[in-house]
Design a protein around this ligand. Structure first.
Ligand code: SF4
Length: 212
């Protein structure tokens, strides 16, 4: 059984797939407590579902793109089997993970979108840097930046791990903490080979609304 917080259909908002219709499977629990977390409702709330029940629920939406998210989806071991089943059923699968738990067992068909937590998240010490060796070219690493310190730290990490050569890199702002234009100007000034992105869903709907 897997504890599922919600399954819903919306627009993918935070990766190179941004803008595409997508079914989201939000799993319960998270081992982190980021200062800017907007999914605290996923820390404990949820219902137990078998993989078959999850699959039939997802199929109802008739959408090929599926994202497994949280909370921290990898916190529940069964998440690995769920993603494999989704891939075997022909879905294009995305995984959003906070970057503190191992990704090595994730099916190679899954596109991993992995955070590296910046200083202002309060969770920087939890980053599992050995995950970087397990990233594929098609995966994405995301930095959510809320301050100058976060930006400078992210640049150091890019350089230290040669990240832009390993996979796509996403830079986004902490909503309400750093103006998007400020981050865009920094990226252009430093000529970084990263993709700027907004949390698109927060501009389409009210930033605090759930299930979008
Ligand atoms: S990893 Fe995600 S769900 Fe967990 S506390 Fe941080 S922002 Fe919230």
């Amino acid at each position: 059984m897997i504890k599922v917080n919600e399954i819903y259909y919306s627009i993918q908002g935070e990766s190179s797939k941004a803008g595409l219709p997508c079914v989201f499977i939000r799993l319960t629990y998270c081992n982190l407590r980021c200062t800017y977390c907007d999914t605290e409702h996923a820390f404990y709330e949820g219902i137990d579902m078998g993989i078959e029940d999850i699959l039939s629920e997802v199929k109802k939406y008739e959408c090929n793109l599926v994202e497994v998210t949280g909370g921290e989806p990898l916190f529940q071991k069964e998440c690995i089997g769920l993603m494999k089943r989704l891939c075997n059923n022909g879905f294009e699968v995305l995984l959003e993970t906070g970057g503190s738990l191992p990704i090595k067992d994730v099916d190679r068909r899954v596109k991993i979108i992995m955070d590296l937590k910046c200083p202002s998240s309060g969770m920087m010490k939890k980053n599992l840097y050995t995950n970087i060796d397990d990233l594929k070219q098609s995966d994405e690493v995301k930095f959510v930046i809320g301050s100058t310190e976060d930006y400078n730290w992210s640049k150091e990490i890019l350089e230290k791990y040669n990240l832009t050569k390993k996979c796509s890199v996403l830079f986004s702002t902490v909503f309400g903490k750093l103006e998007p234009v400020t981050l865009v100007n920094w990226i252009l000034k430093d000529k970084l080979d990263v993709r700027f992105q907004l949390q698109m869903h927060k501009f389409i709907w009210e930033p605090t609304i759930r299930g979008v």
